[in-house]
Design a protein. Sequence first.
Length: 372
Amino acid sequence: MQTPRQISRRTLVAAAAAGLVSTVVSPAQAAEVRAARFHTVGRVKKAADGTVQYGWPGVYFEGRFRGTGVGVVLDDADNDYDVQVDGTTVATLVTPGRTVSWIDGLADGGHRVRVVKRTESPWAAGRFGGFVAASGGAILARPRARSRQIEFIGDSYTAGYGNVSEIRDCSGNGGVNRNSNADLAFGALTAGKLDADYQINAFSGRGMVRNYNGGDPGTDFRTYYDRALLNVEGDVWRKPHSWCPQVVMVGLGINDFSTPLNPGERWSTTAELVASYESAYHGFLDRLRARYGPRTFLVVAAAHLWNTTAFAEATLRIVEERGRQGDGRVSHWYYDDPALDHLGCDWHPSLHDHRIISGLLDEHLAGLPLRW
């Protein structure tokens, strides 16, 4: 098997611009990663060899190393990743496969490295094997967890679907995956400003009770929420004691209401759909309360839809009802702005838009009596 070649920083940046930096894992390095140390709060499944599997977008891994370079061990033919060193993105790994990707030519000393999954893969799991030090260096103790934690639950808006495209038709500029980056979605941007650890548990096209245009009936976002691996039916993520988010944002409803009901769907009228949606939403909030306890702030989010106000009105009623039931830690966040251009793939929010939405979320969170 080919030994991984080492890539200078100058070469690495050029390769990142081209979209791919990857080399093949050697058996010796595969053994070394079993002792790798890294920090993540993502929903992962641990294997006996020290690697982890995952499916949700925006899962990230952080490490510390000493030396002039670091290798990133991945086994993933479906997803794209960004690699950041000392806060700067230095490479984008496009469907790397089974690889060690090397970042080399750094100043000799201590560094931080972060790898983040840009894309969605509900049909397949990725695998991360840790970080490998370049010759003469060492992987250091993993970074400490942040005291602030936020969970973002939602659909394509939350996942950053097509957000780095500047045109709505992405068929000619690489497709949706090449133009998506969960690390630049509004949730990740807000978490970064707050120096918070976060999860992005988002699934494009899924709604609370109805998927986009009524597709895949019999399933919805709730079918998958409790999983670590979305592609494994019956999989259950075991929440670690360390994951106790102070804020959980729920953004589900765009797919429920953005398209008209079709003949044969189980709701004959919008009123029936709204009633089903509100009942399911209350049940979902009950699940979150049972998981995270009474002190977590639940933010019920709604975006502007051009064709209906049902989404915004239903979510507001839900929050008002929670308040009447005595839960004062559920808030309503409706976001819209005339500057939104929706120039992402398929009329989704662009990077410009995600920055605006993140700013609106910042304002909402600043108005909550949070004690971080």
